[in-house]
Design a protein around this ligand. Structure first.
Ligand SMILES: Cc1cc2nc3c(=O)[nH]c(=O)nc-3n(C[C@H](O)[C@H](O)[C@H](O)COP(=O)(O)O)c2cc1C
Length: 198
């Protein structure tokens, strides 16, 4: 039997977004799909400072083929001035061929972010991260208010996606943040599995 792969691709410099990715991936697996966790290399103003081909630690770098082959996608980035970080945007800007061929059309997709302050632009980051996915014809999956966690959380996690507030640069998620990240992964995988059955 061919397993359903959900690609979880993120950029993280200090570990908070990576921590969210781990919980998203667990949610994917809880739904019965396979989580393929990937990261993206940093970008530098000095393009001679190229990233190594293999990251020193953590998951491998995502490829365009990873995207082409996934049944669903969840992307994560730190909030950078209210927007996604350049490395993830740079990766997405290499997907024109997939856009031309419609390879991602009708695949479910979600978004997650981490910021240092609660009102430092998480929502604008999540909303703008979803836009390229919509351009690709993906089906944007959020977290509905049927999840009681959206009412109890005092830090990250909302209807647009999973998130973490890393007060004092602490990458450890609150229980509610972890639950929302898990739920996001589970929902994206669940919808991908249901679409695959139709
Ligand atoms: C260039 C830059 C811009 C940032 N902009 C914001 C911001 O707009 N709002 C905010 O709350 N935090 C901002 N931060 C803090 C990061 O979003 C936050 O520390 C995040 O949790 C880091 O994620 P990571 O641990 O996955 O790298 C910024 C950090 C950097 C380096």
């Amino acid at each position: 039997m061919i397993r359903t792969h959900i690609l979880v691709v993120y950029y993280s410099r200090n570990g908070s977004t990576a921590e969210l990715a781990r919980h998203v991936a667990r949610g994917v697996e809880a739904a019965g799909a396979d989580a393929v966790v990937r990261t993206v290399p940093p970008v530098a103003a000095d393009f001679d400072a190229r990233a190594d081909e293999v990251p020193a630690q953590g998951p491998p770098y995502a490829t365009i083929d990873d995207l082409r082959e996934c049944a669903g996608l969840v992307i994560g980035s730190p909030t950078r001035f209210g927007n996604m970080a350049a490395p993830l945007k740079y990766f997405l800007e290499q997907t024109s061929d997939l856009w031309l061929s419609g390879s991602l059309v009708d695949k479910p997709a979600g978004v997650f972010t981490s910021s240092s302050s609660a009102h430092g632009g998480q929502e604008s980051t999540l909303l703008t991260m979803a836009l390229p996915l919509v351009h690709h014809g993906m089906l944007w999956v959020g977290v509905p208010y049927t999840s009681q966690t959206l009412f109890s959380t005092r830090t990250g996690g909302g209807p647009y996606g999973a998130s973490h507030v890393d007060s004092d640069w602490n990458p450890e998620l609150s229980a509610d943040e972890a639950r929302v990240a898990h739920e996001l992964g589970r929902r994206v995988a669940d919808i991908a599995l249901r679409l695959a059955r139709d």
